[in-house]
Design a protein around this ligand. Structure first.
Ligand code: ADP
Ligand code: MG
Length: 448
């Protein structure tokens, strides 16, 4: 079966994807409509889990003629078989597997990573964390509702779902509902369309803990506000916990009904600020421990100091770095990961003159040479690299870049950019040269 699957996947996925992520995996066993796939490390598992599980599931279903559940796990040193326990604990699930009982369903609504033990507490989120923990321990008491607010990617959803997980564990029969405001609105619209308001209300009002995410989207939705107001009141009066997350405080949500605003402010409003450097480093540290990857201190520092305002982006940078290292089989050093991490905002600041000068100096040609029509090898090579860098470091259009190089056609610019991009993929020396050039360009631009 697996070789058939591989054959099909090879057709459906790009070659680097296939070589890096699929070829290194193996099928463990197929039992009770459950296929276990093993990967060499946790990182590959997460990658497959995140991006390819549906493709794999479809291919397997096509071959077998019926859906299977797919579990992705890491090869263990002792090669011992998985116990059923292990299998059920894996977070894997896919859209094809549909026979879920309520408990499983609860767990799949919540992201299994969003638990308290994976949340790093810092000065920026101490209060929100403490309040969330208090609510998880004794819901419906002190902080009701708990209103978490803070900018994008700062951990509101994480904390909220951590409350859900915690409650689920302590009280498996509890009804924990996590819902985005969008979902709530959609459910409401469906209920109106299908004339099933009764069951809509019963559903939401049966919650023991209701977690509502991104409530700022209530803005301008009169009818949803109305319905939410009643849901809220019913739950609150029954002593059920409501937790709300928003990217801004209630009184800053435009056109939010006054009575909702005052309900939201009735409990505790806990805000989350952007994390300081230490907290960002601690978050990276913790994440790498979960991935079983040792990060050198300078790498942690570098990433943490370049991604400051959004933890999702901070994590994204780490993931990109890990992917790069793993694709090329490089050791994890700052020099190796820097090329994939340069924040794009830093690049835009460079001027065409600065780029031309850095390239000319590096390749020992003159700026005039770069703008000339000379086809001398060194000159046209430097010119191509210059075009590529200008594309990377400025927001100039292709024809404008052509102009900077003495009036070359935009197709020449495209050709150069494509060529260097391709070569860069396979030529590590070139990649390194480009990185050094980028650094130099950034440095000259910054000091201007
Ligand atoms: P928000 O809902 O505020 O936009 P999320 O809760 O989705 O943000 O968080 C974005 C990402 O950052 C998630 O992957 C989350 O796990 C992570 N994250 C946020 N805050 C922390 C923290 N204090 N410790 C560890 N990870 C965090
Ligand atoms: Mg969120």
């Amino acid at each position: 079966l697996w070789s058939q699957v591989l054959e099909r996947l090879q057709l459906e996925l790009s070659r680097p994807t296939f070589e890096t992520w699929i070829k290194t995996a193996s099928a463990e066993r197929l039992e009770n409509n459950c296929l276990v796939i093993r990967t060499p490390n946790p990182f590959a598992r997460n990658w497959l889990q995140k991006y390819y599980i549906n493709t794999i599931a479809h291919v397997v279903q096509d071959i077998l003629g019926h859906p299977v559940e797919i579990y992705i796990t890491v090869i263990k040193g002792d090669e011992s078989h998985l116990s059923t326990q292990d299998v059920t604990e894996l977070p894997a699930s896919n859209s094809i597997a549909q026979s879920v009982n309520t408990n499983k369903q609860k767990a799949t609504e919540l992201n299994s990573k969003y638990i308290f033990s994976r949340f790093v507490v810092g000065a920026n989120n101490r209060m929100a964390h403490a309040a969330s923990l208090a609510v998880a321990e004794s819901p419906g008491r002190e902080f009701n509702p708990l209103f978490l607010c803070g900018g994008v990617g700062l951990g509101k959803t994480h904390l909220m779902q951590a409350i859900g997980h915690y409650r689920c564990e302590i009280c498996p029969d509890c009804k924990i509902f996590y819902v985005s405001t969008e979902q709530f609105t959609n459910d409401l619209i469906t209920a109106i369309r299908k004339d099933s308001m009764q069951s809509f209300r019963e559903h939401y009002r049966a919650a023991d803990v209701l977690l509502v995410d991104d409530i700022q989207f209530l803005e301008g939705k009169e009818y949803t506000q109305e319905e939410f107001f009643h849901t809220f009141n019913t739950l609150h009066e029954a002593g059920k916990q409501v937790v709300i997350a928003s990217d801004r405080p209630p009184n800053h949500i435009p056109s939010l009904q006054e009575r909702l605003c005052s309900r939201f402010s009735m409990g505790l409003i806990a805000d989350i600020q952007p994390p300081d450097l230490e907290t960002r480093m601690a978050i990276l540290q913790k994440k790498s421990e979960y991935e079983n990857i040792r990060l050198p201190k300078d790498v942690i520092e570098y990433i943490a100091s370049n991604y400051t305002s959004n933890i999702r982006e901070l994590e994204g940078a780490l993931i990109r770095a890990l992917a790069y290292i793993s694709i090329w089989g490089l050791p994890m050093t700052l020099g190796n990961i820097a090329p994939v991490l340069e924040p794009s905002s830093e690049k835009v600041a460079a001027t065409p003159e600065a780029i031309l000068k850095v390239v000319a100096d590096t390749f020992d040609v003159s700026v005039e040479d770069l703008k000339s029509n000379s086809r001398r090898r060194e000159i046209s090579w430097a010119r191509q690299i210059g075009m590529y860098l200008m594309r990377q470091h400025t927001a100039l259009s292709l024809p404008r870049i052509g102009e900077e190089f003495g009036g070359k056609d935009h197709t020449t610019v495209i050709y150069s950019c494509d060529k260097i991009t391709q070569l860069r993929e396979s030529d590590r020396t070139l990649a390194q040269t480009l990185r050094q050039l980028s650094d130099r360009i950034n440095m000259t631009s910054r000091s201007q």
